[in-house]
Design a binder for this molecule. Structure first.
Ligand code: BES
Ligand code: MN
Ligand code: ZN
Length: 504
């Protein structure tokens, strides 16, 4: 989808449909009715009087226009009460407009930038954030993974989105925000495509090719380690999980070198299990297909690099993607096996389905090479995290409260919310092994936390946060601006985190 921003009055916008956000309470509504001009203002007034449209969140009224409005259709989109409007409500309103446009086979949509004076102080100060959010909501809501569907001539995609404003005053900010929104949304959709791609298309080798191509297209570095190189580095976790599959493992290193950095380095680690059958400790067949998305952490890292390279963020970021396919076979790793990881520590494989932590252990050890200030890993790590938080929040653990607070703030702003889980010392003994330094399972309870504790055993001398995205990455139902399937979670969160990181 093409995104533009322009200075234009509502009446001059030429798109096939134009959307105006309407505020529910008297203050906002009166202003919006006046702004619509005589005829349309009267129509809105009538709709409100008849209670056909109340400007509640999620409501949309489609009107056919008359002169002097150039566009044939006008969408009035409710955003609720003026004082309660948030960036997230704007994303959702934009999503409602875009989805309606697409279902009406309208190829181009204009959205009027809402009057900043009506927005609450908390968000009203930044026209760029508002513009970015509107673009995100619209862009992300019309995503569909349709690569393998025979094209349907009846359907029409929304091809262009224009954010317009009659006031010149904030136009530069609006343009910048809209551009960021476009870059970030494109990156999120790339992450979604990687997640949704079936595992007969995306396996470690092809995942690494995609990273290489993306690096080439967007201008960051990518280095791929093949099985032999991984062997020479003694990454035992990656080798043991990978050895049950006909697709050999890969370890991919991404690097974004800014023109002018602040001398600090962030390392992002993404779990890249391209299919998780469970291995010898095989999973039940119900929902096993979802496990093609067990590389969602890797997808988030790739998407983040794409966006931060295109945005030219002034921060040095390294990405690490350990990638394997977890399969049962005669050569597969077995319960009871003992693995030696990159940093020399050993782990007992109690359950071959707890494979993510085994490969992340190698990557977290390798991260030390870059002398990072902070390391953030993203992984669809535990079903227990989904049980605890559902699909609405990412589980977070770590060793540095300030880093976690920054992630929380980025989560609130982007609405990719994170929720901290405790890492009490007492949990550590649940993963004690009699025969190795650590065991890869911690029993039935607190599964997300014992997984976090396992990772903690492998981190180096750096600040660290772990994000368990098992619930937020894989959606079982459509959300406001994310259809069922891969959500691309992590991209918007990390870009926001990195945008602020530069200021430290
Ligand atoms: N990839 C799964 C976790 C998962 C489950 C992600 C559901 C998304 C949705 C992970 O590798 C796994 O199998 N974890 C096990 C760990 C257990 C064996 C200790 C789990 O959560 O059951
Ligand atoms: Mn597993
Ligand atoms: Zn897994």
């Amino acid at each position: 989808m093409k995104v533009r921003s322009e200075v234009s009055a509502l009446s001059d916008a030429k798109e096939n449909a134009v959307a105006v956000f309407i505020f529910q309470d008297k203050k906002g509504l009166a202003q919006q009715i006046a702004a619509l001009g005589k005829q349309l203002g009267e129509k809105l007034q009538a709709a409100v009087s008849l209670k056909d449209f109340t400007a509640k969140e999620g409501e949309l009224l489609s009107l056919y226009t008359e002169k002097p409005i150039a566009s044939p259709r006008l969408f009035l989109v409710g955003v609720g009460e003026t004082e309660k409007v948030t960036l997230e409500k704007l994303r959702r309103a934009a999503a409602t407009a875009a989805k309606t446009a697409q279902s009406m086979k309208v190829g181009s949509l204009g959205i009027e930038f809402p009057p900043l004076t009506l927005l609450p102080h908390s968000i009203g100060s930044s026209a760029a954030d508002v513009a970015q959010s509107i673009v995100e909501g619209a862009f992300l809501s019309v995503y569909k993974y349709d690569k393998y569907l025979t094209p349907d001539a009846e359907k029409k995609r929304l091809e262009s989105l224009t954010l317009f404003t009659a006031e010149k005053k904030n136009f530069n900010e609006i343009q910048t925000g809209a551009r960021f929104g476009e870059i970030i949304s494109k990156a999120v959709c790339h992450a979604r495509d990687l997640q949704n791609a079936p595992s007969n298309e995306i396996y470690p080798e092809t995942l690494s090719f995609d990273v290489q191509q993306t690096a080439h297209d967007y201008g960051f570095k990518a280095t791929i380690f093949d099985q032999r190189k991984i062997e020479s580095l003694k990454m035992g976790g990656l080798l043991s999980v990978g050895k049950g599959s006909n697709h050999p493992p890969r370890f991919v290193i991404l690097e974004h070198i800014p023109a002018k950095g602040n001398g600090k380095t962030v390392v992002l680690v993404g779990k890249g299990v391209t299919f998780d059958s469970g291995g010898i400790s095989i999973k039940p067949s119900a929902n096993m297909a979802e496990m093609k998305m067990d590389m969602s952490g890797a997808a988030a890292v790739v998407g983040t690099f794409q966006a931060l390279a295109e945005m030219k963020l002034p921060v040095h970021v390294v990405g690490l993607i350990p990638s394997v396919e977890n399969m049962p076979s005669g050569t597969a790793v077995k319960p009871g096996d003992i693995v030696r990881h990159f940093n020399g520590k050993t782990s007992e494989v109690d359950n071959t389905d707890a494979e993510g932590r085994l490969i992340l252990a190698d990557a977290l050890g390798y991260a030390s090479k870059f002398k990072p200030d902070v390391v953030i890993d993203l992984a669809t790590l535990t079903g227990a995290c989904v049980v605890a938080l559902g699909h609405l929040a990412t589980g977070m653990m770590g060793n540095d409260q300030a880093t976690m607070e920054s992630l929380k703030a980025a989560g609130e702003k982007t609405y990719e919310r994170v929720w901290q889980l405790p890492m009490f010392d007492e949990y550590e003994k649940m993963i004690k092994s009699d025969v190795a330094d650590v065991k890869n399972t911690g029993g039935r309870w607190a599964g997300a936390i014992t997984a976090g504790w396992f990772l903690k055993k492998f981190i180096g001398e750096y600040k660290w946060a772990h994000l368990d995205i098992a619930g937020t990455a894989i959606l079982e139902e459509n959300m406001d601006y994310a259809p069922k399937g891969g959500s691309g979670v992590g991209v918007r969160l990390l870009v926001e985190f990195l945008k602020n990181w530069e200021k430290k």
